[in-house]
Write a protein that binds this ligand. Sequence first.
Ligand code: MLT
Length: 335
Amino acid sequence: MKLLGGLIAARGVAIAVALLWSTSAWAADQDRLDQIDFPVRTVTVVVPFARGGPTDTVARLIAGEMAKTLGQPIEVENVLGAGGTLAATRVAHATPDGHTLIVGHMGTHGSAAALYPKLGYRPDKDFEPVALLTEMPVLLLARKDFPPKDMTEFEAFVKAHTDNINVAHAGFGSVSYASCLLLDRLLGVDPTAVPFNGTGPALQALVEGQVDYMCDQIVNAVPALRQGTIKAYVIASSERDPAVPQVPTASEAGLPRFRVAAWTGLFAPRGTPEPIVAKLNAAVSQALDQSDLRLRLTDLGGIIPRADQRLPAGLARLVHDEIARWDDVARGSVP
Ligand code: MLT
C-alpha cells in the first residue's frame, strides 16, 4: 500500500510539473503572439460558395470567435462561381499580410485541382495553410419522394432512369460534384449534373423537388433531415454519425468504396509571414475549443479536429493527399 501511495504521489508531482511546464510554455507562446502587430484592420475571410451552405456555416461560426481573440472585425465575403475556384484564384493573388484569407476545402484545394485542366492557382503552392477547421462526412441525399427505398433500389432505379435524373452540385470540382462523380463511377451511371453556386441553394432545390438527388456535407443536410423534407441513403464513411444515426455507412449500404472525408481549412496567400500564420492558427484553435461552437458544429454532424490535427503542416499534407486521390477519380479509376 505504502509503495503504491508513494508511486501515486510521485506521479502526482510529475503531472503537476508537466502541467506547470506546459502552462508556462503556453503563456510564453501567447506572449510571443500578443506582441505580433496583427491584425491592424478588418480581416476578410472569403467563402467560395453561397451563403447558408456548409462552408459558409463553418466560416461564420469560426470567424465570429476569431474576431474576439484577434481584436479586429472579421468580414465574411461570399465570392461565387466555378465551384469555388474563382474565389481561390482571387485569394491566391491577394496581398500576403494575413488580412485576406479563404476557407478552402476538399474541393477548392483537392478535387478541383484534379478536375480542372487549368486553374488560376496551385492549391498546394500558392497558399500558406493556416489551420484545419472541420471534417464533414458526405451524405447521399434525395428529394423526399424519390422512389428508391434503400441503396440497392437506388442503384437499380438510377441505372434504369439515368437520362431523366438530375443531380444538384455546387459547381464543377466542388465537394458535392466530386462526391457524386465518385458515386457515378462506382455505380457506372451518368445522370445530368445541375450546377448551383453552393449546396445551400442546391439543397433548397432538393427540398422543393426540382432535382432528384445530391451529395452534400452533413452540416448542411442535418436540419432538413430532421424536418423530414429530404432523405438520406448512405453516409460516405466507415462510421455512422451521431447527428443522423439512422443513416447506414457505405459498407452497410453495400457500397464500401463510397468514402469521402470532406474537410474545410483556413488558408492565407503564399508569403504570409509565419508569425501571422501562427497567430491566426492559435485564434482558430481557441475558437474550436469554445464550447458553444463545439456544440453547434457537432450537433450538425461536424467533426472538430484534435489540437494536434489543426496545425499548418497537417493541412498541407491533407491538400497533397487529396489532390492525388481525386486525380485517380478524375482519370476514371476509383481509389
Ligand atoms: C461543396 O459542395 O463544395 C460545398 O458544399 C459548397 C458549399 O459550401 O455550398
